[in-house]
Design a protein around this ligand. Structure first.
Ligand code: SF4
Length: 489
C-alpha cells in the first residue's frame, strides 16, 4: 500500500486476532500488530516530557516501549540543538542505526525535536536509513507520521508550526511515579543572543489556567500524582496573552487536595513579577527551591546576551524572594566564556556567586549555536581559557555550597524516594527534599522497597553535593497531611 499520505481516519479501533490471540489496532486501512519502540532523548526536561508524550500517543498504535534497541520495530530520537555534546552524541548514534536497519529492513527510524525542526529535510536527505523527521510543534501528530511511514510514504520531513491561537493539550504520562511534568507554555519570545530555542520552538503560547487546573486535578485523582513540575521555556511569561499569570495558576493549583508539591521551570529573571514573589510566601505547596538562571554576573556580558536585566536587578530579586520565603533555596545556570568575555567580566560572575549564595549551579562553557546572534560576535577566547575559567568557577562555587549545606547536619528533612544508589559498594536509597537537595540513606530493612515512599531522614552528613541521612520515619507512598514545616530543606 504505497503513498497513502496523511491518514484519513483519526480514530483507532482494535480487535483480537483469532489465530494469534494478539490485539491488533486498525487505523485508516492499516493493521498494527503489537510492535516495540526504542527512543533516545537528548537535552532538557521539555524534551523528556515530549518523549513521554510521544510514547503515550504510540500506545494507541499498539507500540510498547523497549529499552533494547535490537528488538525495536521503531527507533526514535528526540534531539537537542542547545548543547554541543548532545548534538555530537545524536549524530554519532544516528549514524550507528544504519547497522540496525541492515539487520532489519522493516525497521522504521524517525528523528524529532529541535534539530529536526531546523534541519529535518537535510537530515532525511543525508541519512539513507532515516525514514522521517518531525519538528517540535507536531509531536501530537506522531501517530499520523508513523502511519504515513507504514503506509509507504518514503522519507519525509514535517516541521510545520501549529498556527492555532490556543495551546490546548492534556498531560500524558506513561510511568508509575507520583511525579509529573505539566507543560503550561510553549515557545519563547525572548531571543537571548546565544539561544536557538525561539527558532526551534516558535512563539510563546500558554494553556488556559482553567484547563491546567483541571488537568492537574485529574492527574492527582486518577493517576496518583503528588508532585508536579510546571514546564515551559520561559514559564514566568505564562498566561500573558490570556490576561493570566503563573502566580494566578500556582494559587489555584495550591488548592488541589492530594497534590503535595508544586515546582516550576525554567524561569527568566526579567519576567519574575512581584505577584509571583508574593506567591512564594503564600502558596503552601510551592517548593522551597527556585532555579533562576542568571548566566553571568557582568552587566556588559548580560547586555551582549540580550538578557534584559542587570546583576543588580537579579540580586534584588533574590533578596525579595528570600524576604517572601526565608526558607527559599536558589540555584542558577552560568555560561562561562561568552564571546570576548574579559577576566574582569568573569570575575564579576564570581562576585555574584558570593552575593547570591546559590545552593547549586549548572555551569557550562559557551558554545556557538549556528543561526544565533552570538555566533556572529567577535570572539578571541580560546578553548583553554574557557575550560580554565569553568574549572575555577566550579571549585569556587563548591566552597560556597559546602558552607551553605554544613548546617543541615542534625536536621530532619522529608524526602520523596526516587531511586537506589550504590555508594562504595553499599546499597542505599536516595530522594530529593522539598528544596531539591539529594539525600542518600541506608534502609533499615534491606529487602524493603522504598521507591516513591515519603520518608523523614535525620541528616548525618552534608557535603557540597549531597547529604547522607538516617531513616527516622517511613510514611509510605502517601502522606496524610501536608506538613513541610518540619522539613524545609
Ligand atoms: S529565555 Fe532566552 S535562553 Fe531561555 S529559551 Fe528563551 S531565548 Fe532561550
Amino acid at each position: 500500500m504505497a503513498g497513502l499520505g496523511k491518514r484519513q481516519n483519526t480514530g483507532e479501533t482494535s480487535f483480537i486476532d483469532n489465530v494469534t490471540g494478539q490485539k491488533i489496532v486498525k487505523l485508516g486501512g492499516l493493521e498494527f500488530p503489537p510492535r516495540k519502540v526504542w527512543m533516545k532523548t537528548f537535552g532538557c526536561q521539555m524534551n523528556y516530557h515530549d518523549s513521554e508524550r510521544i510514547l503515550s500517543h504510540l500506545k494507541d498504535l499498539n507500540f510498547s516501549h523497549t529499552e533494547e534497541k535490537e528488538s525495536a520495530d521503531l527507533i526514535l530520537f528526540n534531539t537537542c540543538a542547545i548543547r554541543d555534546l548532545a548534538n555530537t552524541k545524536f549524530y554519532s548514534q544516528l549514524g550507528e542505526i544504519k547497522h540496525n536497519k541492515k539487520k532489519n529492513e522493516k525497521l522504521v527510524v524517525g528523528v524529532g525535536g529541535c534539530v529536526a525542526q531546523t534541519e529535518g529535510k537535510a537530515l532525511v536527505k543525508k541519512y539513507k536509513h532515516l525514514d522521517f523527521a518531525f519538528g517540535t510543534d507536531v509531536i501530537d501528530s506522531i501517530n499520523d507520521l508513523v502511519f504515513r511511514s507504514y503506509a509507504g510514504d518514503g522519507k519525509f520531513s514535517v516541521n510545520a508550526w501549529d498556527r492555532s491561537t490556543d495551546f490546548s493539550i492534556e498531560t500524558k504520562i506513561t510511568h508509575g511515579s507520583p511525579q509529573a511534568f505539566v507543560n503550561i507554555i510553549k515557545g519563547c519570545n525572548k531571543y537571548c543572543s546565544y539561544c536557538i530555542v525561539p527558532y526551534t520552538r516558535g512563539k510563546e503560547r500558554s494553556r488556559k489556567c482553567k484547563e491546567v487546573v483541571e488537568d492537574v486535578r485529574k492527574l492527582v485523582k486518577y493517576q496518583g500524582i503528588q508532585e508536579i513540575t510546571l514546564l515551559g521555556q520561559n514559564v514566568n511569561s505564562y498566561g500573558k496573552e490570556n490576561n493570566e499569570s503563573l502566580a494566578m495558576l500556582i494559587t489555584e493549583l495550591d488548592k488541589i487536595e492530594g497534590l503535595e508539591l508544586i515546582r516550576y521551570t525554567t524561569s527568566h529573571p526579567y519576567d519574575v513579577s512581584d505577584e509571583l514573589i508574593a506567591v512564594h510566601g503564600t502558596a503552601k505547596k510551592l517548593s522551597n527551591h527556585l532555579h533562576l538562571p542568571v548566566q553571568s554576573g557582568s552587566k556588559a556580558v548580560l547586555e551582549r546576551m540580550l538578557r534584559e536585566y542587570t546583576p543588580e536587578h537579579f540580586l534584588n530579586l533574590c533578596n525579595k524572594l528570600r524576604k517572601a520565603n526565608p526558607n527559599i533555596i536558589l540555584s542558577t545556570d552560568i555560561i562561562v566564556g561568552f564571546p570576548n568575555e574579559t577576566q574582569e567580566e568573569f570575575e564579576a560572575t564570581l562576585k555574584l556567586l558570593d552575593e547570591a549564595q546559590f545552593d547549586f549551579i549548572y555551569s557550562y562553557v559557551y558554545s556557538a549555536r549556528k543561526g544565533t546572534k552570538a555566533a556572529k560576535m567577535p570572539d578571541s577566547l580560546t578553548d583553554d581559557i574557557r575550560g580554565e575559567r569553568l574549572r575555577y568557577l566550579q571549585s569556587y562555587q563548591l566552597k560556597i555550597q559546602e558552607k551553605l549545606r554544613a548546617p543541615l547536619k542534625g536536621k530532619t528533612l522529608r524526602v520523596l524516594v526516587d531511586g537506589q544508589s550504590n555508594q562504595k559498594g553499599i546499597k542505599k536509597w536516595k530522594g530529593r527534599t522539598n528544596g531539591n537537595r539529594i539525600v542518600h540513606f541506608e534502609p533499615v530493612d534491606a529487602d524493603k522497597n522504598y521507591l516513591w515512599h515519603w520518608v523523614d531522614l535525620e541528616i548525618t552528613s552534608a557535603t557540597a553535593l549531597s547529604c547522607q541521612g538516617k531513616l527516622l520515619k517511613d510514611h509510605g507512598k502517601k502522606i496524610e497531611s501536608h506538613d513541610f514545616q518540619c522539613s524545609l530543606g
